[in-house]
Structure formats: C-alpha cells, structure tokens
Design a protein. Structure first.
Length: 247
C-alpha cells in the first residue's frame, strides 16, 4: 500500500511517542525491576570490584548485598552500578564503587569494630560498613544530606547506624574511641581530634592532599607511641567543609 502524507505523519508521531516514552523510562527508572538491579550489582562486583583486585570476602559480600541504586536519585538509578561517582545534590557525590570497596578492604575489618565515618553523603559507604561491622557512627555537615540519609537508613532497616548532623572535623567524642575512622572527603591535613579518638591499633583512612585537584588515599595506623602512614594511590574527593577549610 502506498504511503500517504497522513500515514507518514502517523508513523512519525508514533516514533516520537516511543522515543519520549523510552526517555521517560530511563529517567524515572520504571523499567528496571529489582532483578535487573540485582544482575547489574553482581556484574559490577565481578568486573569492577573482584576484577580490580578486591579479595576480602566480607567486603565483596557487602558490595553484593547493599542496593546502591537506592542511594541515588530515581533519575540516576539506571547508572547506579557503573564504576564512577554520581551527583547526590549540594555539590556532593556518591563515591565510585571500587573506591568504596578499596577503602573498606584496606582498613582490615573483622566484623566486631566500631567505625566512625566522616561525611555521610548518600549513606552508601555507611551501609556497606554496617553490613560488616558491629556499629557505625556517621557525621554529615550538610543538613539536607543528613536528613535524607537518616530517613533512608530507617526506611531500609539499617539498625546499627547512628547519624549526626555536625562538623566531622571534631569527630564524635561521646562514642570514642573507634577501631576505624573513615573520612570520605578530602583534606590537606588530618584533623587532630580524629587521631585522638582512634584506639591504639586503630586505623584511619583519608584522602589527603590538595582539596582542589587530587589526593593520596592515606592509611594511618595508631601504634603505641607513634603513627604509621601508608599511601595507597591517587584519588579525587570533594573537600571537607567547616573547620577543615579554615586550617
């Protein structure tokens, strides 16, 4: 049958409608049921976590368990299992999955620790920690992110995470000392209150260096009368705000 101007118009309209619907599905995440996210999370762990050298079984299990897509805005859920950071608002990001796994592995968790996190952000790193350790204490300086993360933890059932709105530079003295302190924002020095709140034998990890360009992921171990320091490689994190920026 010969195509008329009318039928051509209908075809063009139908194609436009389909493209619009497809874009809405991608943006809103409505075409991605849980089993799709489960598959993507497994693929992420195989390729970007285990495939890049992370071996700790506790860390791998946590990365397989925690649904990263529920820690980002619905419009970004289709990208949740790509190995790169994503915006979460207020100029902040959810960290690259590999970096989350690496930081969690290198602090050497066994499951009985009390961990302090500086920079709650989306809450994803705290959720990974909570799947491994006994207690997680996390501080967020930006109130909107703190409130969102706190609600998210409650909704998803993370009962061993305690949240605080405040300047993480000063730590959380009332619950110190901590076995591990994890700083998920960059600083040009290690905040002295955090070192003071670390147990003997405890570990602190922080992106240390320029807060404008890049940093060295730095592991600090507190020994009896000294600290040992190990640089783990270059990373790029958003800077700590508050008191850290005044030093």
């Amino acid at each position: 049958m010969r195509e008329t101007a009318y039928t051509a118009h209908i075809k063009k309209w139908s194609l436009t409608a389909l493209l619009f619907l497809a874009s809405m599905i991608v943006c809103q995440g409505v075409a991605f049921p849980d089993d799709i996210f489960d598959k993507r999370r497994q693929e992420m762990v195989e390729k970007d976590i285990k495939g890049r050298g992370v071996k700790d079984a506790l860390v791998i299990n946590a990365m397989l368990t925690v649904p990263r897509h529920l820690f980002v805005d619905e419009s970004r859920q289709n990208k949740a299992y790509a190995d790169h950071p994503l915006p979460i608002g207020d100029g902040q990001t959810i960290s690259q999955p590999y970096v989350v796994a690496l930081m969690t592995e290198v602090v050497g968790l066994n499951g009985n620790e009390r961990v302090l996190e500086i920079g709650t952000g989306s809450g994803y790193q705290a959720a990974i920690l909570s799947a491994i350790v006994k207690e997680v204490y996390t501080i967020e300086i930006k109130k909107s992110l703190y409130e969102t993360a706190k609600t998210r933890f409650q909704r998803l059932g993370y009962r061993n995470i305690r949240t605080k709105h405040g300047d993480g530079y000063y730590g959380w003295e009332s619950y110190a000392p901590f076995d591990v302190i994890m700083v998920t924002a960059s600083a040009n020095h290690i905040p002295p209150p955090l070192l003071a709140q670390l147990k003997a034998g405890g570990r602190l990890i922080i992106p240390l260096g320029s807060t404008v360009f890049y940093q060295n992921l730095t592991l600090v171990t507190k020994e009896k009368n000294r600290y040992s320091i190990k640089e783990l490689g270059g990373v790029t994190f958003v800077p700590m705000t508050g008191q850290a920026q005044k030093k």
